[in-house]
Design a binder for this molecule. Sequence first.
Ligand code: SF4
Ligand code: SF4
Length: 358
Amino acid sequence: MALEDMRKPIESGCPDGFQYMHPLMRKNFGLWDWHDHPRPGVLRHVAKNGDSLWTVKAGTQRILDVFSLRKLCDIGDRFADGHVRFTIRSNIEYMVADEAKVEPLIKALEDAGFVVGGTANSVAMISHTQGWLHCDIPGTDASGVVKAMMDELIDEFKNCNMPNRVHITTSCCQINCGGQGDIAINVQHTKPPKINHDLVSNVCERPSVVARCPVAAIRPAMVNGKPSLEVDEKKCICCGACYPPCPPMQINDPEHTKLAVWVGGNHSNARSKPSFQKLVAAGIPNNPPRWPEATAIVKKILRAYREDAKDWERINDWIDRIGWPRFFELTGLPFTKYHVDNWYGARNSLNASTHIRF
Ligand code: SF4
Ligand code: SF4
């Protein structure tokens, strides 16, 4: 077949981002000189040729209805030459080439009910996973936790009162996406799964469920004459990993599925190595629709951090400096032996290979 007769490949995946960029960003790609932070929620970037671009950031609820999206896009048409972008923390950003449009844009956003902020040393919008809306294994509605918590942290989002930026995350199961940040609110199961033996043989591929368990607590078994599974409850660490491949191993439960708060997770950066987050509060009631207990704990941690940390210290830097005993003293959280795990001995106790150990 001649080359010109061949069908063109169908490309899938991310489209080229350049086509969506604000023209001034395209023009100055790789040529920016410096940037500053004129007010909370606004960044200014200046290119080597003197071009300036203002970025105005506003929080959204992430799971957006079409009416809010239209409202946000109309604002983009009026003030930002029809260009918007979303950040991974569900913020919308408008790029503005004319300084005179910055304040009217902020006013238009606030009049429409959106909150401008989330830049520099503020509490950024909480990044979260999907919860009930999209996933098949959540133990809580992460989006709901975010809404309830951000309602109470709105002043910290709008202002820059923190020693450095604070990234909060939530996740709605204990094992998969999300859940790594300066403060992370994660689901915590506290009971082994309850097995519906009538369904296991119809729904689950038993060998793959057995292989899923990180502590080899699941064994094949015959129950009521049907092939099923059994769990050694002494070994089970209630992680919930068996539930996605085998929904009859029900682990979510309104009473025993709890929330836990972890702190100090951070990616590596120019100054420090990556740090693991550590558990500081467990067994918090999973209490919709406002999750007041979890919110109160997050506020306590933020208050202690704001009052005690030095400028530029992230939460993990602050705790490294003051030590864990002082962290628990300042936040007033109870400390137990389960809380701060330094992973000492983890090479022997965690599965680090595909081999099952008994
Ligand atoms: S955190 Fe778990 S339940 Fe939530 S969206 Fe991710 S995989 Fe699904
Ligand atoms: S909850 Fe986790 S530890 Fe318990 S049986 Fe299931 S996979 Fe194994």
